[in-house]
Design a protein around this ligand. Sequence first.
Ligand code: ITT
Length: 207
Amino acid sequence: MATPLHVVVATRNAGKLREFAELLGNGELTLSDLSAYPEAPDVEETGSTYRDNALLKARAAARHTGLPALADDSGIEVDALHGAPGVRSARFAEDCDSGSGDAANVACMLAKLRGLPAERRTARFRCVLALVTPDRRELVVDGVCEGAITEEPRGDNGFGYDPIVRPIDREATFAELAPEVKQSISHRAAACRKLRDKLPAFLAAAT
Ligand code: ITT
């Protein structure tokens, strides 16, 4: 087998890191996080698309570390909110003046959808991954997982919006599902599958 590519995962989100270790941490890639680079710059997510933001984060990390860097920009898109919060998912609670962080985002979402019947609570998670090498080659893939917003939080697994999102055709929320089930059906899993498929050609083109 070829020598695995060592990649630094450019995220400050511990939940994403854990999932990448489970989804990609064997085979062609070995992973580390940014903890060895405490001075790595905090990247302002000024892009208007997931792709732009994933590339901003991956380029900054590749530049800073001199290693290939993988970044994830992701979010939840709610049909009744015309696709919001989307790229603003991490900052959604600002719309409710209710602080910041996962719990505040979840509370804001439930408040915005209060009273909405089940059939109008459809939503999807979307994830865009950008892999950027120090010599500035770029690979971008995405993944989607359809679902719906529940009326109350359920479950302790996962992170972010997981307690209020149930994947399509399931009763359990992502936070109630076993991690290995989330890792087989999620938006991040779909994007990682595409990344693994495209990696051999991407690496071969470098030589
Ligand atoms: P980094 O930019 O450091 O990677 P972040 O948490 O700021 O971390 P994003 O800007 O991509 O990441 O924001 C993603 C938002 O969508 C954030 O609120 C997450 O909690 C949420 N999210 C993404 N994937 C999720 C998942 O699998 N389950 C639940 N929530 C998720």
